[in-house]
Design a protein around this ligand. Structure first.
Ligand code: FES
Length: 362
């Protein structure tokens, strides 16, 4: 039955549109749209991105890979035809998801890719369409799309079609404001089910934490939980954190006014907001110094110490570390009072100063 369904041309596209419509209806019925603060630019960027991805970027990459394949490796065309459907599907999905895990993680850890992925994290409300919110070059460079084209060339069209449907169901479901996993955490009886499920696939709780504004909130981990369909890669590579509640704030610490055109067409179009990383000539400066900073801290309150040395609010993190491998350090103190915090970023007992800066001055 499934195999027969998969012979229908563009069946994956119909299903993906169906999934989007399904989540959009649920979000509308739940009243999220009415209480939304989304701007016109948010909708333009996400709809444009979805349309261009499906109608230009993907067909272009598939055409390009097929042309290269036919030219240089014609004997491999449709070579997978005789292999088991389940085997191809599993192989396709696992490689696809591993590629996307590393691409997504690299986008958080390198400056140029971060600027292409940044619009995705600018969204201050989650929603079914947020998953399509990236600059167009981000999609052009996305290894998964090239992988899809390769598997199609090798003859895995049906596996790709079903794989894409399953993947989009998980991805759109984990971006949506419909928190389908919430009851599983609320009812003790259901909890074991979600504990197993969240160790396999990406749930809304797991992915919403990645979109949380700051690690200061226990349910947020903007520098972790990079997975797309399976959470196994985050667990394997040490970036998984599991939560049972949702962040209260989403988006970036640094708010900027970027037009939808700058967000989508960067670096061809730059932001007019001079405070934005997407503006022309924007540079992140080193703001650390060889002087410790003494600051008043309150006991048991949580703070984020800047580890990257680029924050404009030293010694605390202001989100400037995005696009680098640095992550802020969360800490608290046992006594209220003035505390000397490290600002040379070289202390052996960070976030506290151990006078390493004095040695560095010599
Ligand atoms: S600004 Fe966050 S770690 Fe430096």
């Amino acid at each position: 039955m499934i195999k027969k369904l998969l012979t229908i041309e563009n069946i994956d596209v119909y299903f993906v549109i169906g999934i989007i419509v399904f989540f959009s209806l649920l979000e509308t019925i739940s009243g999220f749209l009415k209480n939304s603060n989304r701007k016109k630019g948010d909708w333009i960027q996400e709809i444009l991105s979805f349309v261009i991805l499906g109608n230009l970027i993907k067909p272009f990459i598939v055409f390009f890979v097929f042309s290269l394949g036919n030219m240089f490796l014609p004997e491999y065309r449709f070579v997978l035809g005789d292999l088991s459907f389940k085997g191809i599907l599993l192989g396709y999905l696992l490689v696809d998801d591993l590629l996307q895990y590393w691409y997504h993680r690299t986008a958080h850890e390198t400056r140029f890719l971060w600027k292409l992925h940044r619009p995705h994290h600018q969204a201050e409300e989650m929603g079914y369409f947020v998953s399509y919110r990236n600059a167009f070059i981000y999609y052009l460079l996305m290894p998964n799309i090239w992988w899809v084209a390769l598997v199609l060339f090798l003859g895995g069209a049906k596996a790709v079609a079903l794989g894409l449907i399953l993947k989009q169901l998980v991805i759109i479901g984990s971006h949506s404001r419909i928190k389908w996993d919430k009851p599983f955490y609320q009812y003790t009886l259901l909890r074991p089910i979600i504990k197993i499920l969240e160790r396999i696939i990406i749930t809304p709780t797991f992915h919403h934490s990645h979109h949380g504004t700051s690690k200061l909130e226990a349910s947020s981990d903007p520098n972790g939980n990079f997975g797309n369909m399976f959470s196994i890669w985050d667990q394997l590579f040490g970036t998984a954190t599991f939560h049972s509640t949702y962040p209260t704030t989403y988006g970036l610490q640094q708010k900027t006014e970027d037009s939808w055109s700058a967000s989508y067409f960067y670096p061809l179009i730059k932001s007019k907001d001079k405070k934005s990383e997407l503006s022309a000539g924007y540079k992140k400066l080193n703001t650390s110094s060889l002087n410790a900073l003494t600051v008043p801290l309150t006991k048991r309150e949580n703070y984020l110490w800047c580890a990257c040395g680029m924050s404009k609010t030293q010694p605390f993190c202001d989100g400037s570390h995005h696009g680098s491998k640095f992550t802020p350090l969360k800490f608290s103190v046992k006594r209220t009072g003035n505390v000397k915090l490290c600002n040379c970023k070289k202390s052996n007992r960070t976030p506290f100063c151990d006078d390493t800066h004095i040695k560095l001055k010599k």
